[in-house]
Design a protein around this ligand. Structure first.
Ligand SMILES: Cc1cc2nc3c(=O)[nH]c(=O)nc-3n(C[C@H](O)[C@H](O)[C@H](O)COP(=O)(O)O)c2cc1C
Length: 182
């Protein structure tokens, strides 16, 4: 990585930056940016990724652009809504477009949003998938339950303890990225 700023890509398992997962990823990216990182958010509403396996998917221009960006980035924030006890199909499909050659040895920060009570299912399932990609998710993680009420109008977390956990997660991703590139 050398002298350049850490480049972080934010990915949500939903289609808009205004989805709760999009808001959570962008809250993490703002903290990373304030700490000197270059940040990018991939908005699937603007650049959808085809379903892996569908007609024409392998040559889709968005896939090529996405995989080029993966290679350019040093670290990743992922936030998925919990759907039926696991990550959304959108998040799984996004992960299915990643391979070891794009993200192997790189650091991940994991988050999830839930309509109901906080649990770690989705976080654990994303962690398992990352093992197959040789990604390095940091131990810190954040699940935000009862997510409908979780954000204020500026898109910040209302609960201060969650905001502290988010800051710790971002700090861990940035410091692990620096250590791994030393
Ligand atoms: C198909 C579906 C399944 C869901 N399953 C769960 C669930 O298992 N547990 C839960 O707490 N919330 C569940 N929810 C609520 C979502 O987790 C919640 O709406 C989401 O986290 C909001 O974030 P988003 O705006 O990024 O989608 C489900 C929602 C949908 C649409």
């Amino acid at each position: 990585m050398g002298e350049h700023a850490i480049k972080v890509l934010g990915l949500a398992g939903e289609y808009r930056s205004t989805s709760k997962s999009g808001m959570l990823v962008n809250a993490a990216l703002r903290i990373a940016q304030a700490n000197g990182a270059d940040v990018v958010f991939w908005d699937l509403a603007e650049k959808p990724l085809p379903l892996v396996g569908e007609e024409g998917c392998w040559a889709h221009p968005n896939v090529k652009e996405f995989q080029t960006l993966l290679v350019e980035c040093d670290a990743f924030f992922l936030s998925s809504p919990e759907y039926h006890g696991t990550m959304s199909g959108v998040m799984k499909n996004t992960l299915d477009w990643m391979y070891d050659k794009h993200v192997g040895g790189k650091v991940f920060g994991l988050m999830s949003t839930l309509g109901g009570v906080t649990n770690a299912n989705t976080l654990n399932h994303m962690r398992i998938t990352l093992r197959w990609l040789h990604g390095w998710p940091v131990p810190e993680q954040l699940a935000v339950g009862h997510v409908k009420e979780a954000f204020d109008e500026e898109g910040n977390l209302v609960d201060e303890s969650l905001q502290v956990r988010l800051g710790n997660l971002v700090e861990s991703v940035l410091s692990a990225t620096t250590k791994l590139s030393a």
